[in-house]
Design a protein around this ligand. Structure first.
Ligand SMILES: NC(=O)c1ccc[n+]([C@@H]2O[C@H](COP(=O)([O-])OP(=O)(O)OC[C@H]3O[C@@H](n4cnc5c(N)ncnc54)[C@H](OP(=O)(O)O)[C@@H]3O)[C@@H](O)[C@H]2O)c1
Length: 316
């Protein structure tokens, strides 16, 4: 244990961080040990990680000193922020300042930062194609993360910028699953037209991050993107239909209609899909499936994800 490189993992009880914790624990001879960061080491999920062999420590992204303690003595850290807990890109950026400062102070040798594009580089605020949200963002949950890349760069901490993809797990946990229309048929509804949506099993994000830590300095200072498969809405629906044994259509709607759905964050997600649709060549090009598999040979295809999780997809 003493000679192992410790990776401090934020969001350890969540989707991305949890995948990394399990990847490290499942590879006892890989040369890494894991320190799971949670706000509450007494929670069921945190206890489960401790039972599985993780060192569990308390820290809060909103408390810079707690992060310094959590990163002390570690080789690296996986840093992720939680937009959907508070809906504030400004707060994500402030939290990244805390993590980057703690990483700098504790002399971390490698940070993997779970980021996304600052879409304002493609769609400036003056561009009326999509509405400006929260006064200064187009896709707040993307833009804040993309803007925060510079925070890591400014500190000089050796950082890999990891562009993630849409979790297929959203079909289970995020209300993105099949919904029954007025005619009774089930449909997946989002505004991607016939363009491909890079998707990934959430668990694979952590496994890919582990691949990056293992390959060491090769990816320091670089932006790398990951996905399990790029599929159109029609392809996702066809595969899900086969797995569930009932017909699911792809229901393409204009981004304006999606934005008007009214659930919290519908405007942000409407803009996000529009960005992915309208800059599809760039967006898919930045997320190579082959590269992702080279980091993580267990990378799941959508069919493999469905084989594992079909029963969990809520159908009403
Ligand atoms: N859904 C998607 O398709 C998708 C795709 C790409 C990127 N993302 C991004 O992924 C991010 C969320 O990551 P995730 O899905 O891994 O999260 P998650 O599964 O919701 O996990 C959240 C974890 O974060 C911890 N947490 C929350 N607030 C914290 C704080 N203030 N300080 C320390 N820990 C805190 C919680 O742990 P404790 O309660 O144990 O402290 C919780 O277990 C979002 O920013 C989202 O934009 C999502």
């Amino acid at each position: 244990m003493a000679d192992k490189k410790i990776i401090a993992v934020t969001g350890a009880t969540g989707a991305q961080g949890g995948g990394l914790v399990r990847a490290i624990l499942n590879d006892p001879n890989g040369g890494f040990a894991v320190r799971a960061v949670t706000r509450d080491p007494a929670s069921d999920k945190a206890r489960e990680l401790a039972k599985a062999g993780a060192d569990v420590v308390a820290a809060d992204l909103d408390d810079a000193e707690s992060l310094e303690r959590a990163f002390q003595g570690a080789y690296g850290a996986f840093c992720v922020t939680f937009f959907w807990n508070h809906f504030s890109a400004d707060r994500e950026i402030a939290e990244v300042r805390h993590m980057a400062a703690a990483a700098k102070k504790t002399g971390l040798r490698h940070v993997v930062w779970s980021t996304l594009e600052d879409t304002r580089k493609w769609v400036p605020l003056s561009d009326a194609r999509m509405p400006t949200l929260h006064d200064k963002y187009k896709v707040p949950h993307f833009d804040g993360k993309g803007e925060a890349d510079q925070v890591f760069r400014d500190t000089g901490v050796p950082t890999t910028f990891l562009l993630t993809s849409f979790y297929w797990d959203n079909f289970i946990y995020f209300g993105a699953g099949p919904q029954r229309g007025p005619d009774g048929t089930l449909a997946l509804t989002f505004p991607m037209g016939d363009r491909k949506l890079p998707g990934i099993a959430a668990e694979d994000i952590g496994r890919c991050a582990y691949g990056i830590f293992k390959r060491g300095p090769e990816f320091v200072g670089k932006t790398v993107g990951i996905a399990g498969e790029h599929l159109t809405g029609a392809e996702l629906a066809a595969k899900m239909s086969r797995a569930l044994g009932q017909e699911i259509r792809y229901n393409d709607v204009p981004p304006d209609v999606y934005r008007s759905f009214g659930f919290p964050g519908a405007d942000d997600l409407g803009n996000m899909f529009q960005f992915k649709r309208d800059f599809n060549e760039y967006f898919c090009g930045a997320r190579s499936v082959e590269f992702s598999r080279s980091l993580n040979p267990e990378l799941m295809s959508f069919d493999a994800w469905l084989a594992k999780y079909t029963q969990a997809i809520p159908i009403s």
